[in-house]
Design a protein around this ligand. Structure first.
Ligand code: NAP
Length: 332
């Protein structure tokens, strides 16, 4: 391979509506022009990458394409004085891995406004142990805190708890001193969730109630990535003045609820977007993840894989069989 070539996962439409992934040699001049060229050291897997890998046009319009909404690495070249060759950086979301070639390639070239300097105390690998999943969990917990939720007010319900966002949310909340009730559909996940810091593990069925308009007050806070009946049921079981955050739709994008939880218990529902989240808030949350929100069990909930293993893991993500968070070693 020449110096201008690199390896990348490439998704192609082999025949109409049939998408296949393979590792190919690509060239730097195929990357978008301008901005910051980064030699990727680590990437991480997200649900969005799985959608991109099967031709979901809501995520990626044109193929062939290299997915990967997350990357950390070292600047190889920059046309902006804010970054210089040798800087350690991370890039998550914006359009990375969607319609801009992503972190599942050994190089990315991105607009300078997407690039975050690695915070003090963070390493390239640890940044991807968090990745977009950790940033999203961090933004959700930051929203709970900003809305005044304190640990003494009661348990925080985390849905999709064994997944990427959910597992990191459980671990960060526990580190920040909150009691966590983790919802999972996996019968054998209790030990794993307790090891992350959950004080209670509950089944999906025990949370979902589509019949009654209101439920007994249980949750002071909610961190939801499931949507649909799960979120609607969690809202009905919130304690007076509680705060819920929602970021995902693995169960359903629909939300059928009533105004009762809002007007009878004064609850708040906050939507979370990590993709276009303003840089100042993004950097503030990354700084917390590097320091007081870094869970001791971060290594335990992360599995390091190679680029060769990515296609199988993305298929498992699509089937809801994710377990923790996957970091992809791209260099070194
Ligand atoms: N708003 C944002 O900025 C943002 C950022 C990142 C991700 N997201 C969204 O957040 C969601 C989760 O992402 P992720 O990366 O954590 O995904 P993930 O790793 O695949 O985890 C999702 C978890 O949800 C649970 N689950 C799966 N299907 C379910 C169903 N039908 N009903 C109830 N629970 C189900 C499973 O956990 P259990 O088996 O433990 O229940 C699964 O492990 C996705 O919708 C993603 O697009 C949004």
């Amino acid at each position: 391979m020449s110096e201008t070539q690199f390896r990348a996962l490439v998704v192609e439409e082999a025949e109409p509506k049939k998408f296949v992934s393979s590792i190919k040699t690509r060239s730097l001049d195929e990357l978008p022009p301008g901005g910051v060229l980064v030699r990727v050291h680590y990437s991480a897997l997200n649900y969005k990458d799985a959608l991109s890998s099967v031709g979901n046009r809501g995520v990626t319009r044109n193929y062939p394409h290299t997915p990967g909404v997350d990357a950390s690495g070292i600047v190889a070249a920059s046309d902006d004085a804010r970054f210089a060759a040798g800087d350690e950086v991370l890039v998550t979301s914006y359009d990375l891995g969607m319609n801009t070639d992503g972190g599942l390639g050994e190089y990315i070239r991105v607009p300078v406004d997407w690039v975050v300097k690695l915070p003090p105390g963070m390493t390239l690998k640890r940044a991807m142990m968090f990745g977009t999943a950790g940033l999203t969990a961090g933004l959700m917990i930051d929203a709970l805190v900003k809305h005044g939720l304190e640990p003494a007010q009661g348990p925080v319900l985390v849905t999709g708890a064994t997944g990427g966002v959910g597992s990191l949310a459980v671990a960060i909340l526990a580190k920040a001193g909150y009691q966590v009730a983790a919802v999972t559909g996996k019968a054998d996940a209790a030990d794993f969730l307790v090891s992350l810091g959950a004080s209670q593990v509950v089944s999906r069925e025990s949370v979902i109630d589509t019949q009654r308009p209101m439920l007994k007050e249980q949750w002071a806070g909610v961190v939801d990535v499931v949507g649909g009946d799960m979120l609607a049921s969690a809202l009905k079981a919130m304690r007076y003045g509680g705060v819920a955050t929602c970021a995902g739709l693995v169960g359903s994008p629909e939300l059928h609820t009533s105004v009762f939880p809002f007007i009878l218990r004064g609850i708040t529902l906050v939507g979370i977007d990590s993709a276009e989240c303003p840089m100042a808030r993004r950097v503030a949350v990354w700084n917390k993840l590097a320091d007081e929100w870094r869970p001791d069990c971060l290594e335990d909930l992360t599995t390091e894989i190679t680029l060769e293993e990515v296609a199988d893991r993305l298929a498992a993500l699509l089937q809801g069989n994710a377990h923790g968070h996957y970091v992809v070693k791209m260099a070194g």
